[in-house]
Design a protein. Structure first.
Length: 272
């Protein structure tokens, strides 16, 4: 499960091409996924809202948000996928592509890439090392690392404005992303793994420190909320321990209780 750059150049190129094609097929070619995703996102945003897609990857979430009339800032650190996003959304003036990773500080960081399974590319060394015990990751091999630019949510907000919704899918770096946010936003989502709920609890704790959030969850690629009511952080953590949630990964959704927040935003200054 360590990063390994020993593959021949031709093998690495073939692996990169295969990984890119696999992501396009998984995220864009399966019927009805876009319809379900747009239906879910429409409960959080309205046309004209600003949304951030962190870990945009092949752009299926950006595509759904843009189709709903959002202005979208899509942030993706993998150069191959950043190029793909620029190609896919070249004619959409409401979509901005940022080639960077998001974390708790701006600068540079080491991104470890799995060319054949690029959705598993990560900044989080401890998270990656822990996946050796997870059978879901048995076929994943991180084969190379690159240095990438990093930014923070506060800096993105200072540049583009406060978003109505943030999607976060960054393979174990979710707590680091939320550490770079100093004020609550109306709604967001982040990925959870059944074998990595310590990271989920860290995210829940950070959000509770930022504001009065309520939570729900969506298993796998169902794009549907699993709970009939929005829960406290403790209730959500307990729900993710149940058999239904432990069968596969999914997304946690957080919604700010607007009655307890005045809606003001005071961003930090700096450069993205």
């Amino acid at each position: 499960m360590r990063a390994d750059s020993s593959w021949p150049v031709t093998t690495r190129r073939a692996g990169r091409a295969l990984g890119l094609l696999r992501s396009l097929a998984v995220y864009h070619a399966i019927p009805l996924r876009q319809r379900r995703l747009r239906r879910l996102y429409s409960t959080f945003i309205t046309p004209g809202d600003l949304a951030f897609d962190l870990g945009a990857h092949a752009g299926n979430r950006t595509r759904a948000l843009a189709a709903l009339g959002c202005r979208v800032v899509a942030v993706e650190p993998q150069p191959d996928f950043a190029r793909l996003l620029r190609l896919l959304f070249a004619r959409q003036t409401g979509v901005e592509i940022i080639e960077a990773a998001v974390g708790d500080r701006a600068g540079r960081a080491s991104l470890v890439i799995s060319d054949r399974t690029p959705t598993m590319t990560t900044l989080a060394t401890r998270w990656r090392q822990a996946r050796v015990r997870d059978p879901v990751f048995a076929g994943v091999r991180w084969n190379r690392g690159i240095e990438v630019d990093t930014t923070t949510l506060d800096l993105l907000i200072a540049r583009f404005g406060p978003p109505a919704f943030i999607k976060i899918d960054v393979e174990g770096a979710e707590p680091r992303v939320l550490a770079g946010l100093s004020h609550p936003v109306p709604a967001l989502s982040f990925e959870y793994l059944p074998d990595g709920l310590d990271y989920t609890r860290d995210c829940l704790g950070r959000l509770r420190a930022l504001g009065a959030y309520r939570f729900n969850w969506s298993p796998g690629e169902s794009y549907a909320l699993a709970a009939e009511r929005w829960m406290t952080g403790d209730e959500l953590a307990a729900a993710l321990e149940t058999g239904a949630a432990q069968r596969r990964s999914g997304d946690v959704y957080a919604k700010l209780d607007v009655k307890s927040h005045d809606g003001t935003w005071t961003p930090k200054t700096g450069n993205v």
